[in-house]
Design a protein around this ligand. Structure first.
Ligand SMILES: Cc1cc2nc3c(=O)[nH]c(=O)nc-3n(C[C@H](O)[C@H](O)[C@H](O)COP(=O)(O)OP(=O)(O)OC[C@H]3O[C@@H](n4cnc5c(N)ncnc54)[C@H](O)[C@@H]3O)c2cc1C
Ligand code: FES
Ligand code: FES
Length: 1352
């Protein structure tokens, strides 16, 4: 068949017609919007459908129904060729500051729903699309709409607050704080006595939602759909051809001619494969427009659905049918619907097709097991042949790849009605409840002989367990004619385990867990069926015990209820003075309109080149050769940059071992940058990078884990130790001693904006502008200058804002900036380097994996007398800040407790992993978790409750830390007591116990954890800061300082400071950018110190200016600001001033183990309650109450946002985020599909944050406290609540009291902790592997290749 192109691609974007004559099938809508149309509001976060940053709204018109359909979709997976005749709406089309801001944008910003703002356009689009379809959605619809959107900063609460304002249910907080609910008073709410407020925004300001204001569907597209006959569309790209036929016959001809060409509908399976697995298809066939593939037919015996039907459509159809048909007939529909509710996010379900899900035959398909078990039929067609086969046939061979011929296509799927006496269920367990592929799933069906419990037919299918969907055929056959009773259950578990275990290899990931799920799911099915047998025939079947019933209910995501309590400002404060008020983020509106500019949004520079890095695939090896010949031949390739192109410094010695730009002779980790390709486009650079061939000679040893580092004595120096009291003697006098160990996994920063650089040579004097997403412009300048061999005064580093950093954009950003700068220097062109999510995760390292070993001596009454601990952190292949992280972990290890005799050592291990680096909390989240672990174990051992052990050992009066720094713990105790009270801890603990008595398979747990968070950077020079303030003759003020805006609202706070000091409204003050040209040598924005130190500098600058203006003001006190400025100018008074803060007087003498490394302490406490499902390990965060002492908040909205965001990141570290490496040291979890950060479904259903009132801090600006990091650790209250729940299970079952749990406490560990007859089967099962090793670096047993094969 001749494949001729057929005219241009026509679609609309934001009401504008796009006629694309050169549509490239390889181009996704995201890059088209961003690069071609210059609509940069739609963001790149992952490129694989997992984060939602690229969400857009697609509108289509269906001429036969005369209906317009709006749906959200991920632009990163939408081929532009699939957009013929559709209208695309991006965030720019929703509203802008130039025209009109949309209520969604306004409310998201004003409810403080944006921090770094990178996820915000995606959030706007998901909410906006929902509102286009439902002007008053339910809160259930709202949370579902956001399931596919990730935010790493906010913790989602403020985003959901904005959402609630559109929902039909009440906006009420649903909680009574101090006896009050947010609706108790209409006006400004505060408690008279405590002068607290609970209102962070005012709904009165909001514009109403007016659907008539929305963009209309383009009439031209309607006319096109109605009048133009559909014709085949063919688009030829550089390498690929796209054919979209309109009839089935045509499709079958095409498939016969190109049997290998995939049918692409949603591209959610083919797209990610092409992107990350290097699969390439020269021809793709897009059959979405063929009517036969879109059929929806209700037949006598079921429902026939076209293969191209989207999963959302299938979901809606099933929901409708279920409401119309008798229950007896809809069991299959209900089970399929159950899976669809949590399958992907809405953006995925809106485009992913039923046929695609089935035919891609991924082991993790949630639909195939249930469809196969339910006897669904596939209607297949090929040229001249149509046939129907049971869906189960495609898995009959156990590998899922025969049964359908390559030239055959799936036309439709028939889902049958269930019959009388038939029961169908589906199950899934994923690392995150929503938008995550299943670890294991299942579909089960049983049919009983009429009016009996005798099995007539049984069908069980599993997914995720092995490499495809599998049927437990022999088990099912063996159980025919058996009664549905305990004996059958025992037999079934034994058989199914044997059968499925045999199908899979005994290696692989989470083997025991998967097997446990296999039997647990069957047990759950057993209970469900038993219960429904009782409903049908109460006389004969007794059903299941009352306490078993709750396990039949899955956890559901509800709209969380939250409350935030903060101190109100003094009534005497001037209304213009913004300090202490919940002011919206200065960029909030721009975040929400997509106008906020990040590095990759900067317009292209003339002649700009794109850079792609080539990284090492070996953990430790000599580079034998680098063959770039093929790569250089690639289209658009300009050059290849290696270490030999670095004009000066390639290795930076900040300590004994270097930080390296390009590997020169050897590589020391997988992911190390070896060279880089520069080309005329990102795509060309990436394609060529894949062609660079590097030959290695493997070097020994390869050290990946802490254990291996210890074995090889591989450490960074110095090792650190702190000691107080007489530890050895104390151990001799104590009544009890425990010894233990906990391993804490690493954590990926997962900032939504990946590492990004634009290096622009200025063309003279070796000057270069570098625009970098960094939290430390000065180090960028220093490293770039050193690598190019030019003085720092030639390098101008600019940072407008950063799309999240969390510690990950310091040295690593410096190395990447140097890579780009070297390339720019060599080519004399601007060079843009935007890391893909995959490369970012592979290359940059994260939080240090950690092992804490401890020996604790204590008395029977719970007093801890002695602790001897050793901390090992996995530093990776270069030192970065690992030694410092070790030091901080020692200094903060006491958390809230006075331990009279204490010894602790920290070792930074040198390994062949990518170098780990700073991450929010900097060692404290790990070391304090170790502390809280031994506290809990002491409780176990003494039989006292953990909160008692905490209270007994807590700092109580003016005391000294273990390094002899004084502290006054009064506010620690206040936070603890207030948290106890606000959470109603004891009442709820009783309720938890009661719940646990009444529920066998579900248990609750509760825990309260205190926190002392020392503030300081250890030495004075690291906390110096400067500011520069200009007043222009029109009275406007330009402010700058050395701090970086990365979501924490520093610029907003600095403008608040300047506004107070200059006594002018915030609107007169502007912040443009942080730059090395305005504030030199600025310290990094780290360690919660940004506002503290820069605030002092801003204040200083403003006071200098005010002092200069004072004589003029005194002379004309009634004059206006503008009068004074005009006069000052005329009197030749300088209207520009710098401000400076010398830094805090901090020091630490490690020889003596004494010092004042901190300036002050923050305190806090958090109480969390959880519920676990003992059969699956799933859990739900029910409620969290946080009380924090942050002094006097400069901006309660920003500060509470920091606490909540950090807390939710903490939940991530402690309960879900798992980094996994293959045995050769390759990071396997390189995107949101594999690495799960918390999503909307993970935040507590009730979430309250209270700021401690009447707290003063004499050391920081306006008595505030720096709090960016502190809230993170409190996330561990969820860890300990989970531990409490597991303890409840174990106590009830008479299991060993002390048990080791590691972090993250994932579903797998929870399930293993809840030992029962099913986990027992694993121990007895000869084919079971050992429980996965709880090591600090999780090494999977599979090769990277195998794992990639299993990925979907
Ligand atoms: C972020 C994300 C999350 C996800 N989460 C889940 C999840 O939780 N659970 C789950 O089950 N799945 C999940 N998926 C997978 C998703 O459901 C499937 O990728 C999707 O259903 C495939 O449909 P598609 O139209 O996008 O397929 P495409 O990518 O367009 O095509 C898929 C494959 O199926 C073949 N094919 C498609 N239609 C036909 C046909 N009519 N006849 C013959 N062959 C055909 C194609 O040739 C191709 O090989 C997720 C995917 C992503 C990207
Ligand atoms: S960039 Fe598209 S979903 Fe992440
Ligand atoms: S505000 Fe959501 S990722 Fe930063």
């Amino acid at each position: 068949m001749a494949l001729q192109g057929h005219g241009p691609l026509i679609f609309y974007v934001n009401g504008r017609k796009i006629v694309e004559k050169n549509a490239d099938p390889e181009q996704m809508l995201l890059s088209y919007l961003r690069k071609r149309l210059r609509l940069t509001g739609t963001k790149y976060g992952c490129g694989e459908g997992g984060c939602g940053a690229c969400t857009v709204m697609i509108s289509t018109y269906e001429p036969t129904l005369k209906k317009i359909r709006h749906y959200s979709a991920n632009a990163c997976l939408l081929p532009i060729c699939s957009l013929y005749g559709v209208a695309v709406t991006t965030v720019e089309g929703v509203g802008s500051t130039k025209t009109r801001i949309h209520p969604v944008q306004e409310r998201l910003a004003k409810c403080h729903g944006s921090q770094c703002g990178f996820c915000t356009p995606g959030m706007v689009m998901s909410i906006y699309t929902l509102l286009r379809n439902h002007t008053e959605p339910s809160s259930e619809q709202m949370v579902a709409a956001l399931a596919g959107n990730l935010c790493r900063c906010t913790g989602y609460r403020p985003i959901l607050d904005a959402c609630k304002t559109f929902c039909k249910e009440s906006v009420c907080c649903q909680r009574k704080a101090n006896g009050k609910c947010c609706l108790d008073k209409e006006d400004y709410l505060f408690d008279e006595e405590e002068k607290v407020s609970i209102r962070l925004f005012s709904t009165d300001e909001f514009q109403p939602l007016d659907p008539t204001q929305e963009l209309i569907f383009p009439p031209e597209l309607m006319r096109m759909a109605e009048n133009q006959p559909k014709r085949t569309l063919i688009f030829h790209g550089e390498r690929m051809t796209w054919i979209s036929p309109v009839s089935l016959d045509e499709l079958l001809d095409l498939k016969a001619a190109h049997p290998k060409a995939p049918l692409v509908i949603g591209n959610t399976s083919v797209g990610p494969e092409m992107k990350s697995k290097g699969v390439f298809h020269p021809i793709v066939i897009a059959p979405a427009r063929i009517p036969d593939l879109n059929v929806v037919k209700n037949t006598d015996d079921g429902l026939t659905l076209g293969a191209a039907c989207s999963l959302s459509l299938v979901k809606d159809i099933l929901a409708n049918v279920i409401s119309e048909f008798p229950e007896e007939k809809t069991k299959v529909f209900c089970a399929v619907l159950h899976q669809l509710r949590t399958l992907g996010g809405e953006q995925i379900r809106n485009v992913a097709s039923l046929g695609g899900n089935i035919m891609s035959r991924k082991s993790t398909s949630d639909l195939n097991p249930v469809l196969a078990a339910s006897n669904c039929m596939l209607n297949l067609a090929s040229r001249g042949r149509k046939r129907q086969i049971p869906l189960s046939d495609i898995f009959a061979d156990g590998v899922g790849n025969n049964a359908v011929a390559p030239e055959e296509i799936l036309v439709s799927v028939h889902i049958p009605h269930s019959r009388k006496g038939e029961h169908v269920s589906a199950f899934r367990q994923a690392p995150r409840r929503e938008n995550a592929l299943s670890i294991t799933n299942a579909g089960m069906r049983v049919l009983f002989e009429e009016d009996t419990d005798i099995i007539k037919d049984l069908s069980i299918f599993y997914g995720g367990a092995v490499s495809t969907t599998v049927c437990a055929k022999q088990t099912c056959q063996a159980l025919i004619r058996r009664h549905w009773n305990e004996q059958m259950l025992d037999e079934a578990c034994r058989l199914v385990l044997k059968e499925i275990a045999l199908l899979g290899s005994a290696s692989g990931e989470k083997v025991d867990y998967k097997k446990t799920l296999i039997v647990s799911f069957f047990y759950r099915f057993f209970l469900e069926v038993l219960q429904s047998l009782k409903t049908m025939d109460p006389g004969h079947c007794s059903g299941i015990p009352m306490e078993y019933r709750s396990v039949l209910q899955d956890f559901k995501t509800k709209m969380p209820q939250s409350i935030q309590i903060f101190q109100d400002i003094e009534p005497s404060q001037s209304p213009q003075d913004p300090v202490g008020r919940p002011i919206m983020h200065q960029s909030g509106i721009k975040h929400a309109t997509g106008e906020a500019v990040y590095i990759d949004d900067l317009p292209s520079v003339d002649g700009e080149l794109f850079l792609a890095v080539v990284t090492s695939s070996r953990a430790h090896a000599k580079i034998v050769s680098i063959d770039t010949s093929e790569a250089l031949k690639g289209p658009g390739v300009f050059d290849i940059i290696t270490a030999y192109d670095v004009p000066a410094t390639n290795e930076f010695y900040y300590s004994d071992d270097p930080e390296i730009i390009f590997a020169r002779n050897k590589v020391i980790c997988v992911g190390q940058i070896v060279c880089a390709v520069v080309a005329d486009s990102n795509v060309h650079a990436k394609q060529a990078a894949a062609e660079v061939k590097i030959e290695y000679e493997v070097l020994k040893p390869v050290i990946l884990t802490i254990e291996e580092a210890i074995k090889h004595n591989s450490f960074y120096e110095p090792k650190r130790k702190l000691e107080q009291g007489n530890v050895d003697q104390a151990f001799e006098t104590v009544e009890n001693i425990i010894e233990g160990e906990i391993s804490i996994g690493g954590q990926e920063h997962f900032y939504l904006e990946t590492q990004s650089v634009l290096a622009v040579p200025r063309g003279e004097d070796k000057e270069m502008d570098v625009y970098v997403s960094t939290q430390h412009p000065a180090i960028i300048q220093e490293m770039v200058a050193a690598s190019l061999g030019v003085p720092s005064n030639r390098i101008m580093c600019h940072v407008k804002r950063v799309g999240g950093a969390f510690g990950g954009k310091l040295l690593k950003a410096g190395l990447l900036a140097s890579v780009a700068a070297v390339a720019a220097n060599k080519t004399s062109r601007a060079v843009r380097l935007i890391l893909s999510r995959e490369d970012d995760m592979l290359i940059t390292g994260g939080r240090h994996p950690f092992i804490g070993k401890y020996k604790v001596g204590f008395m029977n009454d719970g007093r801890i007398r002695a602790v001897d601990a050793k901390y090992y952190i996995n530093g990776g292949c270069t030192p970065d800040e690992s030694v410092l992280v070790g030091e901080v972990s020692l200094l903060k290890m006491d958390n809230a407790y006075k331990i009279p005799n204490l010894r602790c050592c920290a070792y930074a291990c040198k390994t062949n992993l990518p170098s780990n680096t700073a991450f929010r909390g900097f060692g404290f989240p790990q070391s304090a978790l170790v502390t809280e672990t031994w506290i809990t174990e002491v409780a176990d051992k003494t039989g006292l409750p953990p909160e008692k052990i905490r209270e007994i050992n807590m700092y109580k009066e003016n005391e000294q830390t273990h390094f002899k720094q004084k502290l006054d713990p009064q506010n620690l105790i206040r936070c603890w007591n207030e948290c106890m009270e606000k959470s109603a801890y004891y009442t709820r603990k009783t309720a938890v116990n009661e719940f646990n008595k009444q529920n066998y398979w579900k248990k609750r747990g509760i825990a309260i954890v205190p926190m002392k968070f020392p503030f300081g950077l250890g030495t004075r020079y690291l906390s110096q800061a400067a500011a520069l303030v200009h007043i222009y003759t029109d009275g406007s003020v330009l402010l700058t300082h050395g701090g970086i805006e990365m979501g924490q609202g520093i610029h907003t706070k600095m403008i608040q400071v300047a506004s107070r000091e200059l006594n002018i409204p915030m609107s007169r003050i502007h912040f443009c950018e942080t730059s090395t040209t305005t504030v030199p040598n600025a310290c990094a924005s780290v360690g919660s110190a940004g506002t503290d130190v820069n605030g002092m500098a801003v204040k200083d600058a403003c006071q200098t200016l005010l002092k200069r203006l004072q004589p003029i003001i005194s002379k004309n006190p009634k004059g206006t600001w503008n009068d004074w400025i005009k006069e000052a100018f005329e009197q030749s008074v300088s209207l520009s001033a710098t401000g400076y803060f010398r830094g805090y007087n901090e020091n630490m003498d490690w020889e003596k183990g004494e010092g004042q490394p901190f300036t002050y302490f923050l305190y806090g406490a958090a109480c969390s309650e959880v519920e676990i499902n003992c059969l699956t390990g799933d859990h739900k965060n029910l409620r969290t109450d946080v009380v924090m002492d942050i002094g006097c908040s400069i901006n309660p909205a920003v500060d509470i946002g920091q606490i909540e965001g950090a807390f939710v990141q903490g939940i991530g570290l402690y309960t879900m985020e798992e980094l996994k490496y293959t045995p050769d040291g390759t990071l396997y979890t390189r995107g949101p599909d594999q690495y799960k950060i918390p999503a909307v479904c993970d935040i507590p259903e009730q979430f309250s944050v209270s700021l401690l009132s009447s707290s003063q801090n004499p050391y920081a600006i306006y008595a505030s406290k720096g709090l960016g990091e502190a809230g993170f650790f409190l996330g561990c209250s969820v860890f300990f609540a989970l531990r409490d729940a597991i303890t409840g299970v174990r106590n009830e079952r008479g299991l060993k009291k002390t048990f080791a749990l590691n972090s993250p406490l994932t579903a797998e560990q929870i399930r293993a902790g809840c030992a029962d007859e099913f986990t027992e089967m694993m121990t007895n099962d000869a084919s079971a592997s050992s429980t996965p090793r709880a090591v600090s670096v999780r090494v999977t047993n599979q090769s990277a290749q195998d794992l990639n094969g299993m990925k979907n």
